[in-house]
Design a protein around this ligand. Structure first.
Ligand code: UN1
Length: 480
């Protein structure tokens, strides 16, 4: 009998479904199916591949409510955010569907006569996509939509916390007309199914979203075969609030970015760097706003903040409350679990008087905890924002256009917001981070195509004779 694992609702502890725990042999079968299907799929005209994604987007629209509802149960986020998660997948599928009629390369003149040259994007083969539970529909679409329109086949290994949503995702892709074998799913755990996928010799591309530590392990495991590895890892994102900011607007942005999705976003604002002139005002307004948030199951209309994903997450978040207190930061509110019908709730937590080098200001917590760091001016604020190993998102609240532009230039992150929080990336700009948030790749936008294609440069000589580049044209007149 194959081993199994359960999908459990974080708001109630209820078992939603049981899934087979995929082994290395299962992964191998999935990869072989993908490898065979790739040979057909790569030859399907790209606009036709795009049409499948358009149909997928339409199916996601038709099933948006059902998927959002399931997401409130399996993952726990609140209904409006669950709808937003599905909407990201709809938008990404339409956007990448349209790429089927672009996938632009370049043409450029040759240095020789009667010779034509161009670059074209080529699909690579089987993509191994390893996705997290926090955006259980959106992130699979960020990886699969571009991978598929570019002509690759995929083996998807979704997080073990959200297998039901992943299952619905691939069922709808099949209904949209993805041929058999082009998309395959394996379920289970990173050490087993994930590791087998990353090491499989017939999987040349790995796209992984998850923790920094797992990203390093993935990179090492993929190194022996020099695989292409795309990584989307942690964040320790800061919101800077300057003395000239609209403090009420900043508080709204902080509440949304720090406590939305219960802080379980890689773009969550887990640091707030505040000019001392508005530090007192911001503290009291933020605490009042945090204490107004209602905790409960994601499917209830009144809920602002849902549960954490699992017990290990709850324990980790609580351990950082202890760490923050021991480091000497001042706990202003929260800092404890909240009992409600067996759900894994944690009170929105705000620390004040944090130093930039404290662990609560350096390490990714992935929960509803944020730390206020007071500063005396702009330069100190930017230095504090940059003083972390991660570089995903950043934000500044200011009404001074010069400061805003300096911040856009100097904040060392892949994404910077002005007068908005650190979350809410749209699908048609590149998404990803600098430093240890990744390895230089981006997903979403045009940049995603670089992960899922190889450039091929093509030269066509129609002169009918041997022309030798760099030799037959060596005598160029010097420009005057
Ligand atoms: C993530 O947390 O991994 O910008 C993705 C945002 C969302 C995506 C977050 N659109 O916060």
């Amino acid at each position: 009998m194959a081993e199994t694992f359960e999908s459990v609702a974080p708001a109630t502890g209820e078992v939603l479904a049981t899934f087979p725990r995929s082994t290395a042999a299962d992964v191998d079968r999935a990869v072989q199916a993908a490898k065979a299907a790739f040979e057909e799929w790569r030859l399907v005209p790209a606009p036709e591949r795009g049409n499948v994604l358009f149909r997928f987007a339409e199916l996601l629209r038709a099933h948006k409510d059902e998927l959002a509802d399931l997401m409130t149960r399996e993952m726990g986020k609140v209904k409006a955010e669950a709808g937003g998660d599905v909407q990201e997948a709809i938008d990404m599928s339409y956007y990448m569907g349209g790429e089927g009629r672009r996938l632009f390369g370049q043409t450029t003149p040759s240095e020789l006569r009667d010779k034509f040259m161009m670059s074209v994007r080529m699909p690579i083969g089987v993509v191994g996509a390893i996705t997290p539970w926090n955006f259980p529909i959106a992130i699979p679409s960020w990886k699969l939509a571009p991978a598929l329109v570019c002509g690759n086949a995929v083996v998807l290994k979704p997080a073990e916390d959200t297998p039901l949503l992943a299952q619905r995702f691939v069922e709808l892709l099949a209904e949209a007309g993805i041929p058999d074998g082009v998309v395959n799913v394996v379920h289970g755990f990173g050490e087993e199914a994930g590791d087998a996928l990353v090491r499989h010799p017939d999987v040349p591309v790995i796209s992984f979203t998850g923790s920094r530590e797992t990203g390093i392990a993935v990179t090492k495991a993929a190194a022996d075969r020099l695989k292409h590895v795309h990584l989307e890892l942690g964040g320790k994102n800061a919101i800077i609030v300057m003395d000239d900011a609209d403090v009420d607007l900043a508080v709204e942005g902080i509440v949304w970015s720090a406590f939305g999705t219960t802080g379980q976003r890689c773009t969550a604002a887990s640091r707030v760097i505040v000019h001392e002139a508005v530090y007192g005002e911001l503290q009291s307004k933020l605490v009042a706003a945090a204490e107004r948030l209602r905790l409960g199951p994601g499917w209830e209309d009144e809920t602002d903040v849902g549960p954490l994903i699992n017990r290990a997450a709850l324990e980790k978040v609580h351990s950082y409350t202890e760490i923050g207190k021991n480091e000497g930061a001042k706990l202003l509110t929260g800092g404890e679990p909240y009992a409600n019908g067996g759900g894994l709730y944690y009170r929105p937590t705000v620390f004040a008087d944090a130093e930039p080098d404290m662990r609560i200001a350096q390490e990714e917590i992935f929960g509803p905890t944020t730390a206020l760091i007071p500063v005396a001016g702009f330069d100190e604020a930017v230095a504090a924002a940059n003083a972390v190993r991660f570089g995903l998102s950043s934000s500044i609240y200011t009404r001074d256009v010069n400061r805003a532009f300096r911040a856009m230039r100097d904040l060392q992150t892949g994404i910077t917001y002005v007068n908005a929080g650190t979350t809410g990336a749209e699908v048609h700009l590149p998404f990803g981070g600098t430093k240890e948030t990744g390895n230089g790749h981006r997903e979403a936008g045009q940049a995603a195509l670089d992960v899922f294609t190889e450039w091929k440069s093509v030269y066509v000589d129609y002169s009918g004779k041997l022309q030798r580049a760099q030799i037959d044209n060596a005598e160029r007149p010097a420009p005057r």
